[in-house]
Design a protein around this ligand. Structure first.
Ligand code: SF4
Length: 401
């Protein structure tokens, strides 16, 4: 209970429903609208508050949904209690003019073991398919001191792993205009007592340079798991996407990481069916991905976002073709993932155990492979050595060694 409010499960009866929306794809918009309607059915007298990115960019559409009582933009997220109590029907400030990171009091989502720490907001990249810069505004970084204070506090509560996230964490520090960058922040986090692992959220590949890695590899808590958003393995497509690297540069970055971290797990996002993606272009992507062999790929079918350059491009791709290309890449990803994990059978690996279910206690390796051992709740929130015995449905199974 805080400020006289108690948080209940979304499916429970509540007096206020807060729907934090996403707008990254058309599907996210649709889901947000469905959830809005669902919430009002639970309690027709409830106050229904819609916040987040979809609220930020689609206020005219949301105004027409009669179930909604309040629409709040991204900057107002941290003041929901005040907004509800003062009943401001529509409060959306212009994020494009926001110059500083807005502290939410606490920006973390935590479970017993791992906390997600937001260190940055906004993006200046304007990829041609992406609506995020319009919903989130320009790059704003959180002060290093504030991040360190928050992580030190949660470390005292027993959290062992932090995941560093933001909209574009590679841009961390850019807005300070004093040369501060992400590596400066990571060096400070690495010093925090009690934190055993630092995992990076999705990261722009071009931040990985020899100089960056020279400093990064000195930080023993950094997890050898990097999510590098590639989006396409074809240079022509990348250009139309307004991504700022070529496949050759990307491959060099992968090689740098593989040399620095021998067991590194590389994951990525790929968009299929981007406007103008010919069969030849898709084949180039397929070949490139077969060569790079990511541990796992998240495949997205291109979704048109109003207000972006790509939405106006000619040669939008048919849904069936997107489906077919997506299936091919999912198959490739599953194959690579299985091969990557099989290499661990018979070996020892360190696992941070997170939770137990009916039969197993499970956790992740430093490079983010799911590992299960026979149930033993005492293992939770401990790092233990596991001998891997087999692979079972994309999880390793083993015993404590
Ligand atoms: S870098 Fe990411 S958030 Fe920024 S515009 Fe590109 S896809 Fe969107």
């Amino acid at each position: 209970m805080e400020n006289n409010y108690e948080i209940v499960d979304f499916d429970d009866f509540a007096d206020i429903y807060i729907i934090n929306t996403c707008t990254v794809t058309n599907m996210s918009d649709k889901k947000s609208r469905q959830i809005i309607r669902r919430a009002k059915h639970k309690n027709k007298n409830a106050i229904l508050v819609v916040v987040g990115c979809y609220a930020q960019i689609a206020k005219e559409k949301l105004e027409k949904i009669k179930e909604i009582d309040m629409v709040l933009g991204n900057n107002e997220k941290g003041n929901i209690v005040e907004c509800v109590e003062n009943y401001s029907k529509m409060l959306i400030t212009d994020v494009m003019n926001q110059k500083e990171f807005v502290e939410f009091g606490s920006t973390t989502y935590t479970d017993k073991t791992r906390a997600v720490i937001k260190v940055q907001d906004g993006c200046d990249r304007f990829c041609s398919y992406c609506v995020i810069p319009y919903a989130r505004g320009r790059v704003r970084s959180r002060k290093i001191k504030n991040v360190v204070e928050e992580i030190s506090c949660i470390a005292k509560n027993g959290i062992k792993e932090v995941v560093i996230t933001g909209i574009h964490i590679a841009s961390f520090g850019k807005d300070f205009k004093d040369g501060t960058s992400l590596i400066d922040l990571l060096e400070e986090i690495n010093k925090i007592e009690g934190i055993e692992r630092i995992r990076l959220g999705s990261i722009e590949p071009t931040i990985i340079t020899k100089e960056f890695l020279e400093r990064l590899t000195k930080l023993e808590k950094i997890c050898d798991h990097f999510h590098l958003s590639l989006q396409s393995g074809c240079d022509e497509t990348l250009k139309r996407m307004n991504r700022k690297y070529t496949t050759l540069e990307f491959e060099n970055i992968v090689n740098l990481l593989r040399n620095a971290y021998p067991e590194v797990a590389l994951t990525t996002d790929i968009i299929v069916g981007f406007p103008g993606e010919t069969e030849e272009e898709f084949n180039k992507t397929y070949e490139f991905l077969s060569k790079i062999k990511f541990m796992k790929m998240h495949i997205f079918k291109y979704s048109k976002r109003d207000g972006t350059k790509a939405a106006l491009m000619e040669n939008q791709i048919d849904g069936n073709i997107k489906e077919e290309r997506s299936n091919m890449l999912i198959e490739l990803s599953d194959k690579n993932e299985k091969e990557f994990m099989e290499k661990y059978i018979g070996k020892n690996t360190k696992v941070l155990f997170e939770q137990s279910n009916k039969d197993y206690t499970e956790g992740h390796t430093k490079n983010y492979i799911l590992v299960k051992v026979p149930k033993n709740s005492d293992l939770e929130n401990q790092i233990e050595n596991v001998k891997v015995l087999k692979l079972n449905e994309l999880a390793l199974e083993g015993e404590i060694n």
